[in-house]
Design a protein around this ligand. Structure first.
Ligand code: FMN
Length: 251
């Protein structure tokens, strides 16, 4: 086995500082093609990708996300769950397809499809020498994103991705992940709370050491603290309403 893909994936870290240079046109096409080659549930291809290089559109989206790298990047993608084309087929068809794409299963299928495409694009972009960061922050104001991107019913903006050539002083490094035995279960799920707790304790130490080393001891937060703070701040509680308005989860 060539270790190229393995090594590339293991080097991933999010990049949030990019050079002003736009990415090559030919690369954009290759990235989309690589994305489209991902597997897709039942061949549905329930996604679209919106490529953004217009500074005004980027500025509008930055107002939603609040993150400077939504504007300062080499290119921006927004990944959209998309059943618009299926609704067009439905208009011509004798069958009722709506139940399928307005169901919870339809939501899962479209979300998974778009995510697989995005991750193919992320890995290919990193192989081209670009850095990437995903942008869930676009969900801060779904209605505004729908308006800016002119999204029709039966589409939903899931997340964005900023990419570009990393700035010279961009100092990201791969963040430690959960222990192998904590995420990998053989044959059956290991529910043992004690062993899970032990693994999390060890991981908390690893993450705390990682932050400490990167900030000269200024930050030494554990993973458990970080996610407790994040998950207890109620965020984007309007998602069900926004999905309903966009034509999802109606069945
Ligand atoms: C769907 C998704 C949405 C994300 N949204 C944001 C975001 O809005 N802003 C941001 O700075 N990072 C965002 N991230 C990046 C994560 O914070 C990052 O992947 C995680 O902390 C792990 O760090 P790493 O990618 O450097 O390994 C997002 C990642 C994913 C997968």
């Amino acid at each position: 086995m060539s270790e190229h893909v393995y090594n590339l994936l293991k080097q991933h870290h999010s990049v949030r500082k990019f050079k002003k240079e736009p990415i090559l046109e030919s690369h954009i096409k290759q990235l989309i093609e690589a994305g489209q080659s991902a597997s897709t549930s039942s061949y549905l291809q329930a996604y679209s990708i919106i490529g953004i290089n217009d500074p005004e559109v980027k500025e509008d989206l930055k107002e939603v996300s609040g993150q400077p790298y939504v504007v300062e990047n080499g290119y921006l993608f927004v990944f959209v769950m998309d059943y618009y084309r299926h609704s067009i087929v439905n208009q011509e068809s004798k069958h009722d397809m709506e139940t399928s794409f307005e169901s919870a299963e339809g939501l899962l299928v479209g979300t998974i499809d778009a995510t697989l495409v995005a991750q193919n694009i992320a890995a290919t972009a990193e192989d081209m020498g670009y850095g990437i960061v995903y942008l869930g922050s676009l969900r801060n104001d779904i209605e505004r994103v729908r308006e800016v991107l002119n999204l029709p019913e039966h589409t939903f903006p899931l997340f964005g991705m900023a990419l570009g050539i990393p700035e010279d002083d961009e100092d990201g490094s791969p963040k430690p992940r959960l222990p192998f035995e904590h995420v990998f279960h053989q044959n059956q799920y290991d529910r043992d709370v004690e062993s899970q707790r032990e693994q999390l304790k060890a991981y908390d130490q690893t993450v705390s050491d990682y932050y400490s080393a990167r900030t000269n001891g200024e930050r030494s937060e554990t993973w458990s603290n970080q996610i407790a703070n994040f998950m207890s701040s109620k965020q984007r509680l309007d998602m069900l309403e926004q999905l309903n308005k966009s034509g999802f989860i109606r069945k």
